[in-house]
Design a binder for this molecule. Structure first.
Ligand code: 5AD
Ligand code: SF4
Length: 442
């Protein structure tokens, strides 16, 4: 009998998709997948290194497993594996496999090597040509929502970011493959898909194969139309990169109701000086123009963003500009991060001169501003009907069900568990700071 494998995933949606893909390959190779580390012979940690804290988590987890396990084979996958390589073996003697971000399809071979007596196995190689992106439905994180990677890697090299080093250069899948996958997901009963990638709108396939029948000003807006034509009920996409955000994306959303009314467009800072040091390739005015296009749309589009506070050299005045930008953009949601120095990135050579206390103060000030803005936005939903994909029971109350709206807000409502997987209309009658509450309309 082959070993039982448990995969634990940290970090972004790309890691979730990679774990699903790894599980598909392992099961095909005869391994059994299990939901608990305790019952597994092989434990794989799919890791994140975007900030220091995420990276530290992995080593704490390895230590836990080491203490508990005895004879488990432990492997580290994902971004930490790719970046640290061989050094992980030195860091922790419990780890026997290091599996880079593009080696997910070769895990069965690595396990075999260890089982055949090798002490350690490492693969930091590229994806092989023609490798399958197939994900079996049983491995997907949800039976209702599926992640569909369209582009891997990143060529942008923002000065603070480790992703170009951990995930390599941008590589787009063919539109034909993507469209075929979405059609299959629809047949299988999935109600919503997320087209995912570090920068989805930098999508650049080698040929037009699979999107000849639709038009678009850019390869990505063309792909959006091709995917919308499949009839998949709800299509979301993330993350969009401001510099490559073409107005045709908004036109496509206006043309196809199944393209959802939500755009995630990270700004990172409101100060031109800091944006330049971040090497973002856009200034605050470029960004505001994109936001104007989004806000002027015929559909009310929800807009969310990411911001880093305390980037090296960020003065009080720079931070004020970020506050102003946030006031003007009126985000539906905002992820705020304190700058975290990542070895190997250009910004690691800058003087990390904003004190931890100052980073915290800016974080809290921005969070409180966003809370106020968000309150107003959420209140504007009172009395409105939103369409919700019911994903499960609410963690807070057994009597309530929870899901996301097309505009990607969490919506809770009184309802039976049998509604899971359905799309229902909910009339909003109460707002919380990060969710909406309402009554289901039949
Ligand atoms: N420090 C803090 N936040 C970071 N992010 C990326 N790199 C860093 C870093 N070194 C944030 C960015 C990005 C999000 C996914 O994580 O805001 O958009
Ligand atoms: Fe990182 Fe910038 Fe690439 Fe986003 S665009 S993954 S922030 S380098």
């Amino acid at each position: 009998m082959k070993s039982k494998v448990y995969i634990e995933t940290f970090g972004c949606q790309m890691n979730v998709a990679d774990s699903e893909r790894a599980a598909t390959g392992l099961r095909k190779a005869g391994y059994e997948l299990t939901q608990s580390a305790e019952s597994a012979d092989v434990v794989l940690l799919n890791t994140c290194s975007v900030r220091e804290r995420a990276e530290r988590k992995v080593f704490t987890r390895i230590a836990d497993l080491q203490g508990a396990s005895g004879k488990k084979l432990i492997g580290v996958m994902g971004c930490v594996a790719q970046l640290e390589g061989e050094a992980i073996f030195d860091h922790s003697s419990a780890v026997q496999m290091v599996i880079g971000t593009r080696a997910t399809d070769r895990i069965p071979l690595l396990i075999e090597r260890i089982q055949n007596g090798e002490e350690r196995a490492l693969d930091l190689g590229e994806r092989g040509d023609g490798e399958s992106w197939e994900i079996s439905p049983v491995e997907r994180h949800s039976p209702h929502v599926a992640f569909v990677p369209i582009i891997e890697g990143c060529n942008k090299f923002c000065s603070f970011c480790i992703v170009p080093y951990s995930r390599g250069r941008e590589k787009s899948r063919s539109a034909r493959e993507i469209v075929t996958e979405v059609r299959r997901l629809r047949e299988l009963g999935y109600r919503e898909i997320h087209l995912i990638g570090q920068n989805v709108n930098s999508y650049r396939p080698r040929t037009q194969d699979g999107q000849e029948h639709v038009f678009g000003a850019t390869a990505f807006s063309r792909l959006l139309r091709a995917v919308a034509e499949t009839g998949m009920e709800r299509i979301k996409f993330t993350t969009s990169f401001p510099r490559d955000f073409h107005p045709d994306i908004v036109l496509a959303i206006e043309e196809y109701p199944n393209l959802c009314d939500w755009i995630h467009l990270p700004v990172q800072s409101g100060s031109d000086r800091i944006l330049k040091a971040m090497r973002r390739g856009h200034n605050s005015e470029d960004y505001r123009r994109r936001v104007e296009t989004i806000k002027k749309s015929k559909r009310r589009l929800s807009l969310t963003s990411d911001i880093i506070v305390g980037f090296p050299g960020e003065t009080e005045e720079d931070f004020e500009q970020t506050m102003k930008q946030v006031e003007q953009c009126e985000y539906d949601g905002l992820y705020i991060f304190k700058y975290s120095k990542r070895a190997g990135t250009p910004a690691a050579n800058f003087n990390d001169d904003v004190s931890p206390a100052e980073k915290t103060a800016r974080f809290l000030a921005l969070e409180s501003l966003q809370r106020e803005i968000q309150k107003g936005i959420y209140r504007s939903y009172l009395g409105r009907l939103v369409s919700v994909l019911v994903e499960g029971q609410s963690a807070r109350s057994m009597a309530d069900m929870t899901g996301h709206s097309t505009c990607h807000k969490v919506v809770n409502f009184r309802g039976a568990a049998t509604l899971e997987g359905q799309i229902v209309d909910v009339l909003i009658n109460e707002v919380k700071s990060n969710s909406l509450y309402g009554e289901r309309m039949s």
